[in-house]
Ligand binder design. Sequence first.
Ligand code: DC
Length: 225
Amino acid sequence: MPTWRRLAQTSGDAVIIALDGPAASGKGTLARRLAQRFGLPHLDTGLLYRATASALVEAGERPDDERRAVSAARGLGLTDFDEAKLRGRAMGEAASIVAAIPAVRAALLDMQRAFAARPGGAVLDGRDIGTVICPHADVKIFVTATPETRAHRRALELASRGEKVDYAAVLEDIRIRDRRDSGRASAPLMQAMDAVVLDTTQLDIEAAYAAAVAIVEARRGQLSL
Ligand code: DC
C-alpha cells in the first residue's frame, strides 16, 4: 500500500494529522500507529511540556516559576526524551502546571509548527494541535473517553511501568488535569470546530485504531489525496 507521505510528495502537498484530547484518552497510541501506517513522522507534544517540567523539578524549581519554565522550554530539543522518566504520574501533573503559562506555550510554538511543516507532513498529538498549532491540519480527530475509563487505563499503564498506583488517586489526578487543561486561558483543551470526535470509552485499542484509520481514509477521499 502506498503511504500517504509518498502520495503527498508526488502531489506536492503535505498532510497534517492532528489528534487532541484529554489525558489518557488513547490519542498518543493512536497518533503513533497512524504515523506508522501513513509513513509520517510523529510528535507527542505532551512530551515537550513534560520535559520542560522535568528540567524544573530536577533543578529544584517550582513548575509555576514562569522565568525558569520559559528558559527550560527554550532549551529543549525534539530528541532524546527520557520517556521512562517523563511518563510518570508526578510529571504529568507538573507538565499540566507549566502548560498553563502562556509564555511557555509561546516558547514551544515554533518548534511544533516547524515539525508539522516537514515535507510530506506529520502527525501531532496534544491539546491544542487542531485549534492553535495547526489550525489548517488536513485531518483533525478529537479523542475522548469518560474520566473513569481513562483513569482505569492510566492506572494500568503506570502499574506496567512499576509505579505504585491507587485507582481513586489516579481518577482524582485525571479530574484535576481535565479542569486545569480545559479551564486555562491560553490554548485550552478544546475540540476544533472541524474535528471528528472519536469516543474510545467502549473501544479497545484495536477498535479505536480501526475507527481512527477510517476517519483518516474518509478525509483522504474528500481531499482526493
Ligand atoms: O498528553 P500528556 O498527558 O503527556 O500531556 C501532559 C500535559 O501537558 C497535559 O496535562 C497538558 C499539557 N499539554 C498541553 O497543554 N498542550 C499540548 N499540546 C500537550 C500537552
